[in-house]
Design a protein around this ligand. Structure first.
Ligand code: ADP
Length: 542
């Protein structure tokens, strides 16, 4: 027997419609690309999103067309997200930090028909435009006054296009399973692969992300996603903010500690989200200036492991609750969140910190398991580690154009490429990426744990660990450090520091320093390049 409830398609346009109707006066504030601060409301944003949809229709864009954006976090980018998806086209957020060849590959693979771009990215596109045959129009996200000179053809001004429309438009009642957004993984192995979100997957992801044990945004919040809108769906923040009608704060092209601190204080930011490297910059700025974080209550950290010292500093020095989350482009991205349970909340502080360093428990809607090489489930004892697999309604089923083939096993599991443990309480802990784990004499050593332990040393700014061939053990860890300014390498002192947190047989066989570590377009250490750089390295003891 079927239920007798209304069937209301779960569309992203419903989110902004709700924000307009019931939180219309709530604000969106942006530090703009042109310079200065822009303010308006969710109602203004809704009207302009409709105008974007009208302008796209006028340009011949229809359902299923893929529209690229190369843009920072700004109000115009939010209008595009809603305008493009709302009309039935697909918003393809492109990461401007991609390498030239990746950018060309992605835009061509997606067959982007129109590209919206911030003026700061015009030179990047001018350099590759000859290799982008599908793009019919370039729309510069600015007003006439700030339109730059360009060699690009078929260029339009965003404000002129949008302001020519009347906003008298109703969102179509689409099938909720239609694609709404597209985001490519940054491709640390092979070509980047496209993850095609649906209206339904984004809507469900929003509902679950809003839970108090997840991101926990409410109408009272000022939500500041530092995480870019071109990175893993901006962790869904622009959707969550509309769903609860909170104030949304967007910092445009700014990621430096000084601007972030001032913005957080000036705008009364209460909730924010970013990768650890951003927080390192903010904390360093706070420590060097003695400045505070205003009304900030909660910070969401994900994308790579939040170091213990970072969690401790936020909580002890600034009274800010840390919510350590795990996810990936393929999981929309929220997979698990590290908040305390009734039981762990009573534990002594240090033991609580152990738990906060883990990547948290799966949210409802994400099933999680750890498997050995033969696909057998491993015990949830916090010790056994294996391949982390997930499944659920906002987990990828297949990549764009079936790239990479069949990615789901016979039980519906998607292999995340992460290696992790699960403990008795359901907390997951990433121990490594499967390709980065160091295989020493048949046992696995976690490069991430070693890196986290190393950054706990006061002389260390950043650490990367890779496995290097060893004649006896097959692989042993090499620790590569970037030291803080003025520091010199004291290997004994580093080893003593590591000994406090890892087993003796995990200690690196050698430690070297570099001026800089190579990073991916999303700020992670590029292990593949490190391995290439040190492929002829030999341990002194080998
Ligand atoms: P890419 O950087 O390749 O574009 P994602 O941004 O989707 O891909 O990154 C997903 C990966 O980031 C995860 O599979 C995991 O390895 C890592 N990751 C995400 N969150 C965390 C976390 N809290 N701790 C450790 N690793 C994390």
């Amino acid at each position: 027997m079927l239920g007798l409830m209304q069937n209301w398609p779960l569309l992203v346009s419903k989110l902004i419609e709700h924000a307009d109707k019931f939180h219309g006066k709530s604000e969106i504030v942006t530090l703009t690309v042109e310079g200065g601060t822009h303010r308006y409301t969710w109602s203004d944003c809704h009207v302009r999103s409709k105008k974007v949809a009208q302008a796209l229709h006028r340009m011949g864009v229809g359902e299923g067309d893929i529209i690229g954006t190369l843009a920072w976090n700004t109000y115009r980018h939010v209008e595009l997200w809603y305008g493009i998806s709302g009309m039935g086209a697909v918003a393809h957020t492109i990461n401007p930090r991609l390498f030239k060849d990746q950018l060309i590959y992605i835009a061509n693979h997606a067959e982007d028909k129109v590209l919206f771009l911030d003026t700061s990215f015009v030179p990047i596109i001018e350099a590759v435009a000859d290799e982008l045959p599908n793009i019919e129009a370039y729309i510069f996200m600015t007003d006439e006054e700030h339109m730059p000179e360009t060699t690009l053809k078929n260029v339009y001004c965003y404000e002129t296009l949008v302001e020519a429309e009347d906003g008298n438009y109703s969102w179509p009642e689409l099938d909720e399973n239609l694609a709404s957004g597209l985001c490519y993984t940054s491709g640390t192995t092979g070509n980047p692969k496209g993850v095609l979100y649906s209206h339904r997957s984004n809507f469900l992801h929003t509902l679950v992300s809003l839970g108090a044990d997840a991101l926990g945004a409410t109408a009272k919040d000022v939500f500041f996603p530092v995480v870019p809108m071109f990175h893993a769906n901006a962790w869904g923040v622009p959707y969550c903010a509309a769903a609860v009608g909170c104030k949304l704060a967007l910092a445009g092209p700014h990621f430096d500690g000084e601007t972030l601190q001032k913005f957080i204080e000036d705008e009364g930011v209460s909730l924010t989200a970013a990768v650890p490297t951003v927080w390192l910059a903010l904390l360093a700025y706070l420590q060097s200036t003695g400045k505070g974080v205003g009304d900030l209550k909660r910070v969401v950290i994900g994308g790579s492991a939040a170091p213990r010292s970072m969690i401790q500093s936020f909580e002890d020095d600034y009274g800010v609750e840390v919510c350590h989350a795990w996810g990936m482009t393929e999981t929309s991205p929220l997979g698990s969140v590290g908040v305390m349970t009734r039981e762990t909340a009573t534990w002594p502080k240090e033991k609580q910190l152990d738990i906060k360093c883990k990547q948290g428990r799966p949210v409802l809607g994400v099933e999680m398991e750890i498997l050995d090489d033969d696909g057998n489930a491993l015990p949830h004892d916090g010790k056994a580690f294996g391949h982390l697999v997930v499944r659920g309604p906002w987990v990828v089923k297949e990549y764009m154009k079936a790239e990479g083939g069949d990615i789901i096993d016979e039980n519906g599991w998607f292999d995340t490429g992460d290696v992790s443990t699960l403990d008795e309480l359901g907390f997951m802990q990433i121990t490594d990426r499967s390709k980065d784990v160091i295989k020493s004499g048949g046992e696995w050593i976690s490069s991430i744990e070693l890196e986290n332990a190393a950054v706990g040393h006061p002389d260390v700014a950043e650490a990367g660990v890779i496995g290097i061939f060893h004649p006896k053990w097959n692989e042993r860890p090499l620790l590569i450090l970037v030291l803080n300014e003025g520091a010199t390498l004291d290997k004994d002192s580093i080893i003593k520091c590591l000994e406090k947190s890892v087993a003796k047989w995990w200690l690196p066989d050698d430690i070297i320093t570099v001026d800089e570590l190579p990073h991916t377009a999303t700020g992670k250490i590029l292990k593949m390049e490190l391995r290439e750089m040190y492929k002829d390295y030999k341990f002194p003891n080998a």
